[in-house]
Design a protein around this ligand. Structure first.
Ligand code: P5A
Length: 445
C-alpha cells in the first residue's frame, strides 16, 4: 500500500476527550473515529489490526476443537424471558420494538440464543461434546463508556459455548478453552495472567478472567514472577489429553491474587518469597465461565443419555474482547512517540520510507524493495509522500509498524539502506539486498 493513497486520517493534536494512551493513539493514528458515545467506526489501519487479532483468536479456537458459526446481533426478547434474564439484565440491555410491536434486543451476549438452537437440534449424548463459537458485535449500554474501544457500548467479542453430558466433560471443555486462551494471548505478544473471578450477570460457579499486563490497567494483579516466564507456545499442547491441560493450567494458576481479596493477598505473601512477587496492573481481555445447568434447565437443553434417560446438559461460556484487545495491546506496547505493534497483530509488516521522492535512485530502490517484499508475502506500507523526513519519521513512530526501511539519497550512493525495528532492537545500515534477505526471513510472529 502506498501511503499517498492510503486512507489514514492522522491527527496532529492530542484529542482532549482521550484519557488514556491507547485511546489517544488510536485517534491520532487514524485507526478509529467515534460515531456516538462508545460506538466506533474502524478505519483501514484499525480494521487491519482488528482482523489480525480476530484471525489469531479464530485459529486457536479451531485448534482447541471449537466450531465457528455466526449468530445475529438482534435477538428476540422471548428467549431471554425463558432463561429469566430479560428482566434481570437491566438497563445495559438495548431493547428494541419492531414495526409489529415485537420485542427485540441487541445482544449483549448469546447464552440464550445458542441454548435455544442447541435444544431444538441436538437429541442424543452421541452428539456431545460440542464447542461452538462466533465472532460478532455485541451491545451493552454501559453507563460510562470510556477509554475508547476498551469500554465501548458496541464491541466485537468472540464467544464460545460448550455443551457436555456431565460435570467431568464440562470441566474438560473449560480446560481446553483456558489453555487456548493462554496460547491466543501469547501469540499476540502479550503476557496474560489468569485470575479467579466473580461471575457477575453471566452467572455460574467457576470463572477466570485473563488480565493483560499494562501499567494503566483497571485491575490489580499479584502473581508469582515465575508465571510471567512460562512460554506456553513452546509447550506441545494436546487438547485430547486432559491431564496435560490440567498441568499447564496448574503452572499458571499456582499463585495469583487480587488486591480486593484480602485473604488471597495474604496467602500470596505467605507462599511466594518476596523476590518473586510481582505486583502490577492489567486489563481484562477475556473471561471463561462454567455454569452447569443455569441455562440448559430453564431452556430445556436435554439429550438422551447412554442408558436412555433424559440428561440436562452441562454448559460453559468463554469470551474474548476482540475490539478491546486492540486498545489493550497498545496500552501494553507503546512509547511517548506512538504505538509499537507486536509482529503478530501489526497492520503492516514493513514500512519503507522514501526520504527523497522524485530522486531517481531513491525511487528505484524503494520500488525494488516494495515489489520484492510483497512477493516474499509481506504486507508493506510505502511512504512515497512528498513530505519532509521529519514528518515521515514522526508518522512512522506513531503508527508503529515493526520494521522500517529508510532509503535516502546519501545512503543509496553507497548502496546502503537503514533497517530498523520500531521496538529499538535493530538499527543497522546494510545493503538493500541484505536488508531484503533479513526482512524476508523475519517471522510474522
Ligand atoms: C462469555 C462469552 C461474557 O459475556 N458470555 C459469552 C460471557 N463474558 S464477559 O466477561 O462479560 O465479556 C467477555 C469479554 O468481552 C469484553 N468486553 C468488552 N469489551 C469492550 N467494551 C465493553 N463494554 C466490554 N464488555 C466486555 C471483555 O474483554 C470481556 O472479558
Amino acid at each position: 500500500m502506498r501511503l499517498s493513497q492510503f486512507y489514514l486520517p492522522t491527527l496532529k493534536e492530542t484529542p482532549k476527550e482521550a484519557e488514556i494512551a491507547s485511546h489517544r493513539l488510536m485517534l491520532r493514528a487514524g485507526m478509529v473515529r467515534q460515531s456516538s458515545a462508545g460506538i466506533y467506526t474502524w478505519l483501514p489501519l484499525g480494521h487491519r489490526v482488528l482482523r489480525r487479532i480476530e484471525q489469531i483468536v479464530r485459529e486457536e479456537q479451531d485448534h482447541a476443537g471449537a466450531q465457528e458459526m455466526l449468530m445475529p446481533t438482534i435477538q428476540p426478547a422471548e428467549v431471554w424471558r425463558k432463561s429469566g434474564r430479560y428482566d434481570d439484565y437491566g438497563p445495559e440491555m438495548l431493547r428494541i420494538i419492531d414495526r409489529h410491536e415485537r420485542e427485540l434486543l441487541y445482544g449483549p451476549t448469546n447464552e440464550e440464543l445458542i441454548t435455544e438452537i442447541f435444544a431444538a437440534t441436538v437429541r442424543s449424548y452421541r452428539d456431545l461434546p460440542k464447542m461452538l463459537y462466533h465472532i460478532q458485535w455485541k451491545f451493552r449500554d454501559e453507563v460510562r463508556p470510556r477509554f475508547g474501544v476498551m469500554r465501548g457500548r458496541e464491541f466485537l467479542m468472540k464467544d464460545c459455548y460448550s455443551f457436555d453430558l456431565d460435570y467431568e466433560g464440562a470441566v474438560r471443555s473449560y480446560r481446553k478453552m483456558f489453555v487456548s486462551y493462554l496460547r491466543t494471548f501469547a501469540r499476540m505478544g502479550l503476557k496474560a495472567i489468569p485470575m479467579e473471578a466473580a461471575t457477575g450477570p453471566i452467572g455460574g460457579d467457576l470463572s477466570h478472567e485473563f488480565i493483560v499486563l499494562a501499567p494503566t490497567g483497571e485491575s490489580a494483579v499479584f502473581c508469582d514472577r515465575e508465571v510471567l516466564d512460562i512460554d506456553v507456545l513452546s509447550e506441545d499442547v494436546d487438547y485430547g489429553d486432559d491431564g496435560a491441560l490440567g498441568a499447564v493450567i496448574d503452572r499458571f494458576t499456582r499463585v495469583y491474587a487480587r488486591t480486593e481479596e484480602k485473604h488471597v493477598a495474604a496467602d500470596f505473601e505467605k507462599t511466594v518469597p518476596e523476590a518473586r512477587r510481582y505486583e502490577g496492573r492489567g486489563i481484562e481481555v477475556g473471561q471463561v465461565f462454567y455454569f452447569g445447568k443455569k441455562y440448559s434447565t430453564p431452556m430445556g437443553a436435554v439429550v438422551t443419555g447412554p442408558d436412555g434417560q433424559a440428561v440436562t446438559v452441562e454448559m460453559g461460556s468463554y469470551g474474548i474482547g476482540v475490539s478491546r484487545l486492540v486498545g489493550a495491546i497498545i496500552e501494553a506496547c507503546h512509547d511517548d512517540n506512538g504505538i509499537i505493534w507486536p509482529d503478530a497483530v501489526a497492520p503492516f509488516d514493513v514500512e519503507i520510507i522514501n526520504l527523497r521522492p522524485g530522486d531517481e535512485a531513491c525511487d528505484a530502490a524503494c520500488m525494488e524493495a516494495y515489489a520484492k517484499l510483497q512477493s516474499a508475502g509481506k504486507d508493506v506500507l510505502y511512504d512515497d509522500r512528498d513530505e519532509r523526513p521529519g514528518v515521515k519519521f514522526a508518522d512512522a513512530d506513531l503508527i508503529g509498524i515493526p520494521w522500517r526501511m529508510v532509503i535516502g539519497p546519501r545512503g543509496i550512493k553507497d548502496g546502503k539502506v537503514e533497517l530498523k525495528r520500531r521496538d529499538g532492537t535493530v538499527a543497522d545500515e546494510v545493503s538493500l539486498a541484505v536488508a531484503l534477505d533479513r526482512l524476508a526471513a523475519a517471522a510474522r510472529g
